[in-house]
Design a protein around this ligand. Structure first.
Ligand SMILES: [Cu+2]
Length: 238
């Protein structure tokens, strides 16, 4: 799974290490032979180590505390979701407002996905089956993060493999970026060197969102949640 925040903190660590090396550098010219200068050198080294350790505690420890508990949502649930304008698999423009009064079960992915998307869409479909009549109020939505290849016609063909109620959504790259941003979904093209321009995979977040009748975030399901568990959790909100 992708953790952009971890990546950036790694980079910060690298930079910090580089800085630490830089600050060590001026010590060398001080180390001239002789007792007093050697004592001075040791003293200076001790001071540097002390400040270095203090610095590490001041910077690193709060950082570890903020990243070591991914279960705690620091962003708040209110910021997940938001307005979108996309194109459904009938090539019709749709917005989030069209779904007011219904629950939205939203998953982001792409039709060329080798594993995560087909598995999740199968789980979603099975969960809907499990819910039976209760699923009438739920709009299961599959939004592509690969609109360049996933045109509406292709989305239509793809979702037919899963559940008759599934709604496939595509749009312009800009529209998809907007909705993905609103749902804090990460996605990125991964093309191997020398591959054809349209021969690539998409790295993407694999979270399924349940949004309320008012369009507000209710809960989310991580990849691998069983259909049974998903159905039970959804039912608790209906
Ligand atoms: Cu996928």
């Amino acid at each position: 799974m992708n953790k952009p925040s971890d990546q950036s903190s790694d980079q910060k660590d690298d930079q910090k290490e580089k800085k630490a090396q830089d600050s060590d550098a001026p010590i060398e010219p001080v180390a001239v032979p002789g007792r007093s200068s050697r004592r001075g050198f040791i003293l200076m080294a001790v001071i540097i180590i002390c400040f270095g350790t203090l610095g590490w505690f001041l910077y690193k420890v709060p950082m570890m505390q903020s990243t070591s508990n991914p279960g705690v949502k620091t962003t708040g649930t209110a910021t997940i979701g938001g307005p979108f304008t996309l194109v459904d698999h009938f090539n019709k423009t749709v917005t989030d407002a069209d779904f007011r009064g219904r629950y939205m079960l939203i998953f982001f992915g792409y039709t060329y996905c080798p594993d995560v998307c087909p598995t999740t869409l199968t789980d979603i479909s099975d969960a809907l089956g499990e819910l039976g009549k209760d699923a009438d109020d739920i709009a299961p939505i599959f939004i592509t993060v690969d609109p360049e290849r996933d045109k509406p016609e292709f989305m239509k063909e793809y979702i037919e493999h899963f559940h008759p109620k599934l709604i496939g959504m595509s749009g312009t790259v800009e529209q998809v970026k907007t909705v993905a941003g609103a749902y804090r979904v990460f996605f990125q093209k991964a093309r191997e060197k020398g591959a054809e321009p349209d021969d690539y995979l998409m790295n993407h977040s694999s979270i399924t969102y349940l949004m309320g009748k008012d369009g507000k975030f209710l809960t989310h399901f991580s990849h691998g949640t069983s259909a049974k568990d998903m159905a039970a959790k959804i039912k608790s909100f209906l």
